[in-house]
Design a protein around this ligand. Structure first.
Ligand SMILES: [Cu+2]
Length: 555
């Protein structure tokens, strides 16, 4: 393909309705310079003459935004290929491109995107973090493990680095000893980080060692060996019992016990073949569902072909967990993303029926309701989002959608924002949102703490959502943990999660959600440092990541 398909679609029939609750201010902008990426194309695509005179990148408001939500394309584009994105606790988004899927690009870059101003500050980085694994450490620093040491054939980087949100710069952290290209990182209940898979730096075969990083000492220790046939970028989620569930792309789902560093087989998928570049989401853990861990897998296809629209769900609290069929998505999706919203719905969006082919992009998005087990329409994106595209929940409860890299040196520069249905009234105006007046900056496990709000009487749920760290159709960090609460003077009295297996130490967005399902803007809280009431030590070396595997689910 020789053009960025979506970029040339004629988009709107009407002016975008002027009362969108987010990023209202983009107004009229002259057509911005085409992305740098495009200038590198050997063959310039045909560009519709009308494209040059279009002034506003905006779409018609759908007929029922209170049912489907609405997608909006921002005026400012992404100046670097946004292969990796992570939300930081200052509300800004770290964007990592590295060489950006261009072996001839030696200007290695990352950037920080600022949602309120829609601007990005890009800067050079010292090694190629393209196709790394990333999670956010308990102290709030995005932690990058590995990347690209060499293209064709690919070798993985053994380096790691941590990013300071305050100074917006990377600092070197301990090396891994061997390379990892396409590794997965998973934060465990004690705040340590498990890293697995990725191609090594010598032969380009899979690095089969598992390592565990201790932030307090900046050291890696050996933590076992991956199971045979471990995929690149394995889909992993930490469960409330401290174990790590692995759900793809392989069809034989596995469980890792950090205490024994061993694997056990869980169940085979119904699909029965690899769901390469499908996604996997740990569904919300809430008091209402007894913090019962369930995982949904969606889309993907073996070897990137025969892409499926199917989904499957597994209840890992069952004595013998088994995958059950979930609802089908509206179209097949490979390279899709799944993003948890504050109301517990999961936005499934992007991807394509044929890998790396935007002309087969699934523009329709959908919302999965874990309660009813059904999908509903989430409207349509403007641009196809294929390989290397990402979605990320923002603190204002909208969702950022970026990227798409159908071929080397070409990426989708347009940025879209999804405003979910909860941000609209039935007449399409902005919903009235509950307001958080204050939250404590620091929470300890099991602690009861105040949330000040004038809207306490209408609050239905109080949830923590871990800021996402997304790449390659998977968010390595996101999880939603609900909390119990009671009325209190000036607001609510809320009980923090009981331990790090339920909610690993680190920063969280705290949302209150009212009886109409409308979330507040999030307040950031830090969970887990210091000594909690139940003695869990958070990120100060507590070892409950795997050693308390007999611990019952909190309730
Ligand atoms: Cu990649």
């Amino acid at each position: 393909m020789h053009h960025r398909n979506g970029s040339f679609r004629s988009s709107s029939l009407f002016r975008f309705f002027q009362s969108l609750p987010f990023f209202l201010v983009f107004a009229v902008a002259a057509f911005p310079a085409r992305a740098v990426a495009q200038q590198k194309q050997e063959e310039m695509p045909f560009i519709e003459p009308a494209e040059h005179s279009r002034m506003v990148k905006a779409r018609v408001l759908p007929p029922h935004p209170n049912l489907t939500g609405a997608w909006q394309t921002l005026a400012n584009e992404m100046p670097i290929n946004p292969v990796h994105v992570a939300l930081m606790h200052n509300g800004k988004v770290l964007v990592i491109s590295g060489s950006g899927n261009d072996p001839d690009n030696h200007v290695l870059e990352a950037g920080v995107w600022d949602p309120p101003t829609q601007t990005v500050r890009t800067f050079r980085i010292t090694w190629d973090m393209f196709c790394n694994g990333m999670v956010i450490l308990p102290d709030g620093r995005p932690f990058v493990l590995g990347g690209t040491k060499k293209y064709d054939n690919f070798l993985g980087e053994p380096l790691t680095a941590a990013f300071s949100p305050a100074t917006e710069s990377f600092a070197a952290t301990a090396g891994m000893g061997a390379g990892r290209w396409y590794p997965t990182a998973t934060e465990l209940g004690d705040g340590s980080v498990m890293v697995i898979s990725g191609l090594n730096d010598t032969t380009g075969s899979v690095n089969t060692s598992i390592q565990r990083y201790q932030p307090a000492t900046n050291t890696f220790t050996s933590a076992g060996t991956s199971f045979p046939g471990v995929p690149l970028y394995p889909r992993q989620n930490l469960l409330p019992n401290g174990k790590v569930f692995e759900s793809g792309a392989n069809f034989n789902s596995m469980m890792y016990d950090p205490a024994t560093t061993t694997w056990s087989a869980v169940a085979n998928t119904i699909f029965g073949k690899n769901r390469d570049y499908g996604t996997s989401v740990l569904l919300p853990l809430t008091p209402a569902n007894g913090f019962k861990p369930r995982v949904i897998i969606a889309g993907g296809g073996p070897g990137g072909i025969n892409v499926t629209a199917t989904t499957e769900i597994i209840d890992l609290s069952a004595a013998t967990p088994a995958w059950t069929a979930g609802p089908n998505m509206v179209h097949p999706r490979i390279q899709m993303n799944g993003t948890i919203l504050p109301n517990g719905r999961v936005l499934m969006s992007g991807g394509s029926a044929t890998d790396e082919d935007p002309s087969t992009g699934t523009l329709e998005a959908e919302l999965f309701d874990p309660g009813s087990g059904t999908f509903s329409s989430a409207g349509s994106m403007e641009f196809a989002r294929v390989y290397h595209s990402n979605t990320l929940l923002l603190p204002d409860a909208t969702v950022l959608a970026v990227g798409g890299n159908p071929q080397r040196t070409v990426y989708e520069p347009h940025i879209e924002i999804y405003s979910p249905p909860y941000l609209f009234t039935g007449s399409g105006g902005p919903a009235v949102r509950p307001v958080i007046a204050s939250v404590p900056p620091e929470l300890h496990y099991g602690q009861t703490f105040p949330v000040k709000t004038p809207d306490a009487a209408s609050v239905k749920e109080v949830v923590l959502i871990r800021p996402g760290a997304v790449t390659h159709a998977f968010d390595m960090d996101q999880r939603l943990v609900g909390m119990t609460f009671t009325p209190a003077p000036g607001g609510l009295s809320v009980k923090a999660p009981v331990n790090g297996n339920l909610a690993p130490p680190g920063y969280y967005m705290l949302f209150i959600v009212n009886s109409a399902g409308v979330p507040s803007v999030a307040g950031f809280v830090h969970l887990g440092s210091g000594t909690g009431h139940d003695g869990d030590g958070g990120d100060h070396g507590g070892d409950h990541g795997g050693d308390h595997r007999g611990r019952k689910k909190p309730g």
